[in-house]
Write a protein that binds this ligand. Structure first.
Ligand code: GDP
Ligand code: GDP
Length: 450
């Protein structure tokens, strides 16, 4: 059993309209394309990955965690946000230079000071302002020296993130191999990293017990530091796996008393550290917002996914129909994933789930050859031209693979800015028909050249 370090988490906190999502987008550019592609999934991203030099980090935008409730600080900074603060490595507290200090800013500042977490105070919308004018009054918040930034122009953002990361010891992350477009091997030789996620009580531990045998799971109580995950290696039907478990998931939090067993941050760190996610749901319960937001994280991450609807033994035939409809309606954006109905308690369906995990992993690393991809694109266009925009019609010329886990297909041509999301989904569908990609999201990127 090994301990691995998770990517550090930077959480952006601040009242509405100070520029949190603008800053978030600037810090996590790479993720935008993927999320826009899923119908039914909100376009508000909750978290994303960024990079400073060779250091990766995760950014969480608390604004997206839950609808903003208007009455008072307690509701405004709702429980999940408090928990996110407690579990993050660094907080960026964003305020608005043009509006000055606001009542709510004081309340948030107090809450942040109480959390004991490292906080950087960033004064946004400060483009063209001198420090004296903009920075001075924010000293009153008692959070140290304010950083003047402009999220929309980018001023000061690099320094801010460098400062943020300086609060975090350099993690010992495994090297991520670069994608090599010329390699011809199919599935990679590495162990399949599997994260099992779901809200409390859906049956994750029961599943893991059934999979590995009771004695292995005792290891879960091993102490770990807040940012460490435990890797447990096991073999199933001759295939080597690494289960990524979040040590400390069951530990009581130090900072806020409201901390529960479920951890949003740990869940998304585990997703990030995996190749395949097993998303577990409870057939006897409706799909909650928490389920949907976990599912949303999974899709945002681009990881391969298998869904297990557990406790199938516990529901009658009427409830079974209902559970299937519930799933189809609320988690439409996971339509690429294989769904199993299982009973972890009775050890039913476990082998089938693991087979799907293996094939989802193979799909995520599938090699998509340039000639074949290009042919698919040409045939797709022949059957249905991309709609014109003004007098121009986008021209799709060729396509090649630009990455794995998730597979990225880069389509080259001209006028591609005009290609709609729905046409991109059409292309995605055509690519899926040709290559076996069940279980993995697929990212289609358009690159115009003139
Ligand atoms: P959020 O509600 O905190 O997520 O705020 P948004 O990111 O949605 O931004 C609110 C408004 O502030 C938008 O109209 C942004 O364009 C604007 N804004 C964000 N950052 C800056 C900035 O650095 N300078 C200026 N002038 N406006 C900004
Ligand atoms: P976790 O919080 O997701 O790890 O959930 P647990 O594995 O601790 O399970 C929560 C509860 O659900 C326990 O009482 C389990 O016995 C029960 N449970 C788990 N799987 C099943 C199942 O397949 N069928 C039934 N009827 N109960 C189950």
């Amino acid at each position: 059993m090994k301990s691995i370090a998770f990517k550090p988490v930077i959480t952006i906190v601040g009242r509405a309209n100070v520029g949190k999502s603008t800053l978030f987008n600037r810090l996590t550019r790479s993720r935008q394309a993927l999320v826009a592609d899923f119908p039914g999934l909100t376009r508000d991203r909750h978290y994303g990955e960024g990079r400073l030099g060779s250091r990766p980090y995760l950014v969480v935008d608390t604004g997206g965690f839950e609808p903003v409730v208007k009455d008072g600080i307690v509701r405004e900074m709702a429980r999940q946000t408090e928990q996110a603060i407690a579990e993050s490595d660094v907080i960026i507290f964003l305020v608005d230079a043009r509006e000055g200090v606001n009542r709510l800013d004081y309340d948030i500042a107090q809450l942040l000071r109480r959390s004991g977490q490292p906080v950087l105070l960033a004064v946004n919308k400060a483009e063209g302002m001198r420090y004296g004018a903009a920075g001075f009054e924010f000293h009153e918040l008692g959070l140290g020296e304010p950083y003047l930034i402009s999220a929309s122009h980018g001023d000061g953002v690099g320094d801010l993130i460098e400062q943020a990361l300086s609060h975090i010891p350099e993690p010992n992350l495994p090297e991520e191999p670069e994608f090599d477009a010329d390699a011809t091997d199919e599935a990679p030789q590495h162990r399949i990293k599997l994260a099992i996620v779901g809200r409390p009580n859906v049956g994750k531990s029961t599943f893991i017990n059934a999979l590995m045998g009771e004695e292995r799971v005792i290891a879960f109580d091993m102490p770990g530091t807040t940012r460490d995950a435990i890797e447990i290696e096991f073999e199933h039907q001759g295939t080597p796996y690494t289960l990524i478990d979040t040590a400390g998931l069951r530990k009581k939090g130090r900072v806020f008393e409201t901390i529960e067993k479920f951890s949003v941050i740990k869940t998304l760190q585990a997703i990030e550290a995996s190749n395949v996610v097993l998303l577990m749901l409870d057939a006897s319960m409706e799909i909650s917002d928490q389920d949907a937001s976990i599912a949303g994280f999974v899709v945002e991450s681009g990881r391969a996914v298998v869904v297990a609807i557990n406790k199938w033994d516990d529901v009658d035939s009427y409830k079974r129909e209902w559970a299937k409809r519930e799933y189809a309606r609320k988690l439409r954006f996971l339509d690429f994933a294989k769904v199993h109905t299982i009973s972890a308690l009775n050890r039913q369906g476990i082998a089938q789930v693991m087979r799907s995990v293996k094939s989802a992993h193979a799909a995520a690393y599938r090699r998509l050859s340039t000639p074949k991809l290009t042919r698919v694109i040409h045939e797709a266009v022949e059957q249905q031209q991309p709609p014109r925009k003004g007098i121009f019609r986008p021209k799709l010329r060729y396509a090649h693979q630009g990455g794995q886990n998730p597979p990225i297909v880069v389509v080259h041509g001209s006028g591609l800015e005009a290609v709609s999301d729905s046409y991109k989904r059409y292309l995605e569908g055509r690519i899926r028909e040709t290559f076996d990609l069940e279980g993995t999201p697929l990212r289609v990127e358009l690159k115009s050249s003139r």
